[in-house]
Design a protein around this ligand. Sequence first.
Ligand SMILES: Cc1cc2nc3c(=O)[nH]c(=O)nc-3n(C[C@H](O)[C@H](O)[C@H](O)COP(=O)(O)O)c2cc1C
Length: 206
Amino acid sequence: MFYEPKKKNHGLAHNPFNSLIVPRPIGWISSLDLDGIPNLAPYSFFNAVSYQPPTVMFSSGTGAAKDGLKDSLRNIENTKEFVCNLATWDFKEEMNESSKNVPSAVDEITMTGLTTLESRLVSAPRLAEAPVNLECKYVKSIAVPGWSDADNFKIILGEVIGVHIKDEFINQEGVVDIAALQPIGRLGGNDYTLVSAQSFFTLKRP
Ligand SMILES: Cc1cc2nc3c(=O)[nH]c(=O)nc-3n(C[C@H](O)[C@H](O)[C@H](O)COP(=O)(O)O)c2cc1C
C-alpha cells in the first residue's frame, strides 16, 4: 500500500505511523514547575541525538492546560532543567499511569507511588526506581512546522550533564548490562516491547 499522510488516505482502522518507527525508546521525563511541584511523564518521540555533548530530544504535542502546553514542556522551558529516567519492565504500570492527563498541580511521582532522589546538578528530582537517570540542561526548543495552527509539536533538546547508573547494572567487564536493565520500548497502538537476554543479538561492524 501507499498513502500520503497529509491526505489521511491510509484507509486503515488506525493511523499506522506509530507502528512504523519501532521500537521507540521512552524518555520518562521528570521536571519541576516554577513553584517546585514535581512532574513526571513518558515521551516516546524521544531519542539520543549526539554523543558530544551527549544530547537527547523529545517531542511534545498539544497539552490540555489553558496555554496548550504539556506540563513537561512548560516546566523545562521555564526552569531550563529536567531528568530523563530509563523506563523499565518493573515500573511499566507506573510509567503508563504517569501519562494520565491530570491538572498541572498534580505531582505524578507521588500519584504513582514512585519516589525520588535529589539530582546532583539540576533541581529536578530523579526517579529512585529507575536504574538510569540522565540529568539534563535545556538547550532549546524547536517548533515542528505543521500543516495548520492546530499542529503543535515542539522538540526539546537537552544536554546530558550528569549520568547516574545503578552500580549493580555494570558488569565485571565494565559494561552496562542492558539485558539486566530490562528497558521497555514503545511499539504501535498500546503495544510495547522488552529488551531482554532473549531479544539480544550481536553484529560485528563491517
Ligand atoms: C509510552 C507513552 C509515550 C508517550 N509519548 C509521547 C510523546 O512522545 N509526545 C507527547 O506529546 N505525548 C506522549 N505521550 C503522552 C504524554 O505522556 C501525556 O500527554 C502526558 O499527560 C503528558 O504529561 P505532562 O503534561 O505532565 O508533560 C506518551 C504516553 C505514553 C504512555
